[in-house]
Design a protein around this ligand. Structure first.
Ligand SMILES: [Fe+2]
Length: 311
């Protein structure tokens, strides 16, 4: 069984037209398709029908996380493994979610709405030479857990085969944050201790640091200065250049550039003490984060995973 990467994410929006306009016209994503309750978006180099779904809902937050597996048979193996742990698994047919093949859905042991799929309908990628400056790809998710993340890290490593790139420890030796990956970048998922079981942000990758600044300019041109939350700056952890923004529903997006490659599976994880994290881990340089950065957004309750895509 191998998860290849975080494949897509569903975010809730109370105003789909307003939100789609923001993602396409301000951030530069591509709209593949929409229906009454969903807008299906992708980044330039994404080669699937959607990597970001906006779903009509009363408020904001995470609808589900879609992890891609590299073999259709992995879905059966994963379903069996979760069921053996007493977790309710719902099998969904192709097209229950538009353009997606057969999939399984469950609330994972950490409390997040998670789907595993092998195939989403392919689409042609778009390259820089088309002149578009939008994000290259869906890069990562940052999730919050209400306590040290050691058990969460163990789950991601043991069940899903994730590797650790960097981690930060409390003085008592428990882990308060870990960056975990399947693709060969610093992370697909970050787990960070926080005020609850929440999504903190979706990371979209842009190839150049000036693309991060370009998004801020585009937002300013729309009068959206108040939605530029934190940054620009550079993280010590991941070494990425970043800015955190809020979409029109206050979902948080990180515009993220220039983390490093992890070409070897035996990469030695980088350890940070709490002191080092505060000094140069969160920020190699940049203005300190506002208090709002410690907030997260809610996640859909899949204690009964839906047979159809959420709406
Ligand atoms: Fe999905």
């Amino acid at each position: 069984m191998a998860v290849t990467r975080v494949g897509h994410v569903e975010l809730f929006s109370a105003d789909l037209d307003r939100s789609a306009d923001f993602y396409v016209d301000v951030l530069g994503l591509i709209e593949t398709e929409r229906d009454d309750d969903h807008v299906y978006l992708r980044c330039l180099e994404d080669r699937e029908h959607h990597t970001l779904i906006l779903t009509r809902a009363a408020g904001n937050g995470l609808g589900h996380i879609g992890f891609r597996v590299d073999d259709p048979a992995d879905l059966d193996a994963l379903a069996a493994a979760y069921r053996a742990d007493g977790i309710d698994v719902v099998e969904v047919d192709a097209e229950e979610e538009r353009a997606q093949g057969p999939a399984i859905r469950l609330r994972d042991p950490l409390g997040f709405p998670v789907e595993f799929y092998h195939r989403v309908e392919p689409v042609a990628r778009t390259l820089r030479t088309h002149g578009n400056r939008g994000p290259s790809r869906l890069d990562h998710l940052n999730l919050r857990l209400p306590g040290p993340v050691d058990a969460g890290v163990a789950y991601y490593r043991e069940r899903l085969g994730f590797l650790i790139s960097e981690y930060a420890l409390h003085p008592d030796g428990t882990t308060f944050a870990a960056w975990l990956h399947r693709k060969q970048t610093t992370h697909d998922v970050a787990l960070v201790q926080g005020p609850g079981t929440l999504i903190h942000h979706v990371g979209l990758y842009v190839p150049e640091s000036h693309d991060v600044l370009h998004v801020a300019d585009r937002m300013a041109a729309r009068g959206m200065q108040a939605q530029i939350e934190f940054g620009p700056g550079r993280h010590g952890i991941t070494n990425a250049f970043f800015s955190y923004i809020r979409d029109p529903d206050d979902n948080r997006i990180e515009i993220y550039s220039g983390d490093y490659l992890i070409p070897d599976p035996d990469f030695e994880p980088v350890a940070w003490t709490a002191e080092e994290f505060e000094a140069t881990g969160r920020l190699a340089w940049g203005a300190r984060p506002p208090a709002s950065m410690y907030e997260g957004q809610p996640v859909a309750d899949w204690s009964r995973p839906p047979a159809r895509a959420s709406a």
